[in-house]
Design a protein around this ligand. Structure first.
Ligand SMILES: *Cc1c(COP(=O)(O)O)cnc(C)c1O
Length: 348
């Protein structure tokens, strides 16, 4: 079993700090819910008191809609097929629109739909070109029921400042004849947001924020695995799915967490040169035996996988001389939160 322990006070302090710097932010709950699950994030968003929560897909709406009672922005653009198409009229949902044909299609199905118009950025993911935005603005004149809630830009991460790109996109909005709608943005620094607010005072900028809000203080989160079993082995003993032999005396430790949780193999401990391999062999043959480093650690020391992770459990090799935890103990696991699914989340 994998457990995510949340230090609630620290977790929420980071949220309030982030919200304090950007009071118009829109929390994002999508995918595996940044390791916590979307339903928990919806509850945190409700407690934060924000007016809108963003989800990634139409299928994710069901995970949050009974917990968070405000508006729900779907980041994946609306399309006339799949889960978006079967979504019946819903006052709480804001659709992202990035193609003229989708604008027409959606308006036919729901003349009063709430929408944001997405602009294409250097990401080249979705959205209208400058010309497309102009056509969309014209079409909107004939679709007065549609409620335009804003314009959305999805920017690349990091790198140089995105300000010049955003300035160009803002100019495209003006050129399209759109009134100053709120602008929903991602991945801008506090400084860039402040600069934009100064340059475009009639516009409200709304940063869509996930990582910084939920994972901004990693120290607030800790993942542990339950020790499920322990088997002493002597050098040469056979174990595992692949009938491997123990390279020396020790313990095969069976711990919770496997491929189903997103636990994967880490890079091998040894370098690949012959000299490094010889060195590893001399040090006890662990690396040479093909053991690779695992994300699990015991007593602060990272442990080796005895074999690749199973579906819901993993086998570690603990050499003699190192402390072996008790069955039922919890040991630390280092995970990437956006690719890990835990069995339970414990707030304390
Ligand atoms: C995921 C996502 C975000 C939030 O990204 P973080 O890096 O987690 O803050 C913002 N906008 C869009 C369109 C996204 O898909």
């Amino acid at each position: 079993m994998l457990t995510l322990h949340v230090d609630t006070a620290r977790f929420r302090a980071n949220q309030h700090l982030t919200l304090g710097k950007a009071p118009t932010l829109v929390p994002v709950a999508k995918g595996n819910g940044y390791g916590l699950g979307n339903a928990w994030l919806a509850e945190e968003a409700r407690l934060l008191g924000v007016d809108t929560l963003a989800v990634g897909t139409y299928d994710e709406l069901a995970e949050v809609r009974d917990v968070f009672t405000g508006s729900l922005l779907v980041l994946t653009p609306w399309r006339p097929f799949g889960s978006a198409a079967v979504q019946t009229h819903d006052d709480r949902v804001i659709h992202t629109i990035g193609r003229i044909s989708d604008l027409r299609d959606l308006a036919e199905r729901d003349p009063n739909a709430r929408i944001v118009l997405e602009q294409r950025t250097s990401m080249l993911r979705h959205g209208f070109t400058a010309q497309g935005l102009r056509e969309a603005a014209e079409l909107l004149d004939s679709l007065p029921g549609l409620q335009v809630e804003g314009v959305a830009l999805h920017l690349p991460m990091g790198g140089a400042s995105h300000l010049s790109e955003v300035q160009r996109l803002m100019n495209d909005q003006v050129a399209a004849g759109l009134p100053p709608h709120p602008v929903w943005v991602s991945h801008l620094s506090d400084h860039e947001l402040a600069e934009l607010a100064r340059t475009w005072p009639e516009y409200a900028f709304r940063p869509r924020t996930g990582t910084r809000l939920w994972l901004g203080d990693r120290g607030a989160l800790r993942v542990t695995a339950t020790v499920l079993d322990a088997h002493p082995v002597a050098r040469g003993d056979v174990f595992g799915y692949r009938g491997r032999t123990a390279p020396k005396d020790g313990t095969i430790l069976v711990v919770g967490g496997g491929t189903a949780h997103g636990i994967g193999l880490e890079a091998p401990t040894g370098a690949s040169t012959l000299k490094a391999k010889a060195g590893a062999l001399a040090r006890g043959g662990m690396d040479a035996a093909g053991f690779v480093r695992s994300p699990y650690s015991i007593g602060g020391k990272q442990r080796l996988f005895a074999e690749p992770p199973h579906m819901q459990a993993s086998m570690l090799f603990v050499p003699n001389g190192s402390a072996v935890p008790e069955i039922g103990d919890e040991i630390d696991v280092r995970v990437r939160f956006t690719t890990t699914t835990v069995d339970r989340v414990v707030f304390s």
